[in-house]
Design a protein around this ligand. Sequence first.
Ligand code: BG6
Length: 484
Amino acid sequence: MVSRVIPVEAFDLVIFGGTGDLARRKILPGLYRRFIAGQMTDDSRIIGAARADLTDDIFRKSVAEAIEEFVPANRRDPKLIADFLARLHYVAIDAQGDGGWAQLKGLMRRNVVQAYYFSVAPALFGDLALRLKSHGIADDQARIVVEKPFGRDLASARALNATLAQHFHESQIYRIDHYLGKETVQNLMAVRFANILFEPLWKSEYIDHVQITVAETVGVEGRGAYYDKSGAMRDMVQNHLMQLLCLIAMEPPYHFDPDAVRDEKLKVIRALDPVGPLDIVRGQYLAGAGQGSYLDHCEDPTSRTESYIALKVHISNWRWKGTPFYLRTGKRLRARASEIAITFREPPHSIFDDAKGWRENVLVIRLQPDEGMNLMVMIKEPGPGGMRLAQVPLDMTFADALGPEAEDVPDAYERLVMDVIRGNQTLFMRGDEVEAAWAWTDPIIAGWEQRGDRPQGYDPASSGPEDALMLMHRDGRRWREIRE
Ligand code: BG6
């Protein structure tokens, strides 16, 4: 297969928080990779903006170090790195004052795409938006990119949307959920809507249940202060798992077009039932394997914030009535593994006397690591001795199926930043979508806060709290094993 990299239009991309962690780890190394892939035109520029008083050269040096640290050696070419660095500039900026804005204005060009990446605390979004407009910097076509967390509840998300809307039109606002930039997440749409095979079966008549798992091995160390105010529900479910659920559950959009896709996702979010206490399990990891517990990592030794959550969710619409979606995500679990498993129902009638070996068909979509799909199907167990059934996987690991090109798959951030430049909002969340997600999340969180529920402890490197197993067992179902 031949890679088809099409250069995007010339751009000036300003990264507010250009010296911060996300810029260093993801955004700038990602831009370097897009540059070496030939996607950046010669006259495109990246402008780092942050509080510190740095020269262009010092900023370039720090970006060179980030590339050294976060780009694999086989992609690091000194000549290409130097060419990339030559496209970088730096402006010291005061987000809440007047310092630096005149210089930024002097740098920005009118005849290229302007994009402004707000890689800063959400409290500064309004200040930046206001100043980009009041200093006459951002034009009517300019795009702003905002990171999560987008609010911490419906009220704060609404306030943020309202603040941004004072200065920018919705078509200019790109709200990032980096899960939407992951290759396999987009593959969910290709699998569903580019094959005739699955869609006729894609409903509660044929699907028994869906499991969505995002398991991590890392704990919250280093991020304890942020995480403790958030927890797994706000940090992962309201956004990433919700997006996965939407892509699985939504109706076919009439076109792969930003509003057509987002309209369908919004309908799913609005159809989510409230979740009662019996359908929620929250956990906190304990100490073990030489590492501290959740409580050791956050500032409040009595914290009730969850580092794990499992939920049983129902979607009240024709397609999904009667098919529960089980979601779970947590830190410090057995393996880093994210997958969606769709378990089909039994055939209506078995023609085999001895159906002992029978198991359900399961379509497993592995998001990371080892992206691919696995369809568990029944076959005859080989050999003599009558008709015995066995379950085998039809396994497709994308790296095997696609060859070396699969290794070149852009990281989520690379793809999303390029989509901003292209002006394509399909993989970004619309304001009403974020608000609807919070509207569903808020009462669930309020419920456990009012009850004063304490999360259950779970062992590090386990698959989560015991009660999470019960959430499935009592329905006669079981979680798939968490493994890499
Ligand atoms: C982030 C969360 O949005 O996603 C983190 O804030 C989490 O807590 C991360 O670790 C997971 O992303 P990924 O791409 O590693 O699955």
